[in-house]
Design a protein around this ligand. Structure first.
Ligand code: PHE
Length: 453
């Protein structure tokens, strides 16, 4: 085990990495992206990207982390390729951007715990006022960031591991119960059709790029979060199977989140699916309605519990986002961990303020940019999310796999992967990963990057 601390058990690592992956990306991001991307065709692209391209990226990130026991910048240095540490720096920058807006959404989810507890299901109709109350939601966000900082300051096995082991399974059970319930609602099947029967005329290059960005974001890839978590992993761990589990768990929760939301939209819209493309506010408008239809004390209890679990899912993700710059500052700049944590968390909170203001409170940030060819302006939060998820993460992933296969070299990667995986060498999986890491992923990701910029 690394002297800088590590996961105390096999399950601990898998749960923490799955905790990083499963978060707002699955429950908030995925349904709204599916809604905007035209439904099942988006879902299909997303699934293909997750398994065919992202899984190999995940394996590579964990292997680089474990081999070097370093943060994303230190890892490239430790392998002897200092020139490549810009990839790690870019990852740390992406992490800053992502956490800055992610924390705003987490603050909303946190605020909803209270709203559900008092049985305020009507919040669904007042969501836009809720997010414009920037002092209130800003305070929620501040508490959320402070909680994240507190957990990270406790170090890797203290907080992160323990919380994830118990909370992830609870979230899964809760989602399954809600899925069961929403499928019984009238017009639920219209939602399911939208969600599962693809209409390929909906596939545009924009939809494909969004599906790719969503896959990277949801699996926590392309910015070194899993290099960092990998750096705390034991040599006996089987990376290829751990990564397979993490990918399946993450994709599974996202797919179930859709099964929870779309039947409800079918129900609310009387089968027309109106409102499905409403964007980042989607779950904050639809979910209270699920609990509202249950109604009464029971609805309030279910709603409260759900948002509490959602906050925990978000927390295991924000913790991994904060851990990346913190590990960098601690390893490379010799700053004490507790000091590094609060400095970085404070800076990211400040960077998040425009994302907080851009939901109606400030005109400037609410209509921050108008993309060519679009009639409506995009708010600051969505703009940052687009830059980070759809451009920086896939680019980071592309560079990481290219580096691993062609600079660090495939046989070194294979060697690292075969620790803890005795049957890996010579297997079909090894051949596939060699092909995907060496050629398929760099080519596809590189191509998509070039056509987007
Ligand atoms: N995967 C997390 C989610 O879906 C977000 C995240 C992205 C976490 C990148 C770490 C790194 O909510």
């Amino acid at each position: 085990m690394a002297t800088r601390g590590g996961f105390s058990s096999r399950l601990g690592f898998i749960m923490a990495a799955a905790g990083s992956a499963v978060g707002l990306g699955n429950i908030w991001g995925f349904p709204y992206e599916v809604g905007q991307g035209g439904g099942a065709a988006f879902v299909m692209m997303y699934l293909i990207f997750c398994f065919v391209l992202c899984y190999p990226v995940m394996v590579t990130e964990i292997a680089i982390g474990r081999k070097t026991e370093k943060n994303p910048v230190g890892a490239f240095n430790a392998l002897g390729f200092k020139k490549w540490n810009f990839v790690g720096k870019m990852g740390i920058f992406s992490g800053f951007l992502i956490l800055s807006f992610y924390n705003v959404i987490a603050g909303w989810a946190f605020g909803y715990v209270y709203e559900m507890a008092i049985g305020n299901f009507a919040i669904a109709d007042h969501f836009s006022e809720f997010v414009q109350d920037v002092f209130k939601v800003g305070a929620y966000g501040m508490v959320f960031m402070a909680t994240t900082a507190f957990v990270v300051s406790k170090g890797i096995s203290g907080g992160i591991e323990k919380a994830a082991k118990f909370l992830m399974p609870s979230l899964l059970i809760m989602i399954l119960l809600i899925v069961g319930y929403s499928l019984t609602l009238p017009n639920a099947m219209d939602g399911i059709k939208f969600y599962l029967i693809p209409d390929f005329s909906k596939l545009s290059s924009e939809v494909i790029i969004n599906a790719l960005g969503q896959a990277f974001f949801s699996l926590s890839l392309g910015m070194g979060a899993l290099i960092t978590y990998g750096s705390y992993v034991n040599k006996k761990e089987n990376i290829v199977s751990a990564a397979a589990f993490i990918t399946l768990a993450d994709v599974g929760i996202a797919v179930l989140a859709g099964m929870m939301i779309f039947p409800l939209i079918g129900f609310m819209s009387g089968g027309t699916m109106d409102g499905v493309g409403s964007g980042p506010g989607l779950i904050f408008v639809t979910l209270p309605q699920i609990f509202g239809t249950i109604g009464g004390t029971f609805g309030a209890i279910a709603g409260t519990l759900f948002f509490v679990l959602l906050c925990f899912a978000a927390l295991t993700s924000t913790v991994s986002l904060l851990e990346v710059p913190v590990a960098y500052v601690v390893d490379e700049k010799n700053v004490r961990r507790s000091r590094a944590v609060w400095l970085v968390a404070g800076a990211i909170f400040l960077i998040g303020i425009p994302s907080l203001l851009g939901n109606g409170y400030s005109d400037f940030f609410s209509n921050f940019i108008t993309y060519p060819g679009s009639e409506t302006a995009t708010d600051f939060l969505s703009f940052i999310a687009n830059v980070a998820n759809d451009t920086l993460l896939p680019l980071g992933g592309c560079l990481i796999v290219f580096f691993a296969a062609h600079i660090w070299k495939k046989h070194n990667l294979d060697e690292e992967l075969s620790h803890g995986a005795p049957n890996y060498k010579g297997s079909f999986l090894q051949k596939y990963l060699n092909f995907a890491v060496g050629y398929l992923a760099p080519a596809v990701l590189g191509f998509i990057f070039i056509i987007t910029v």
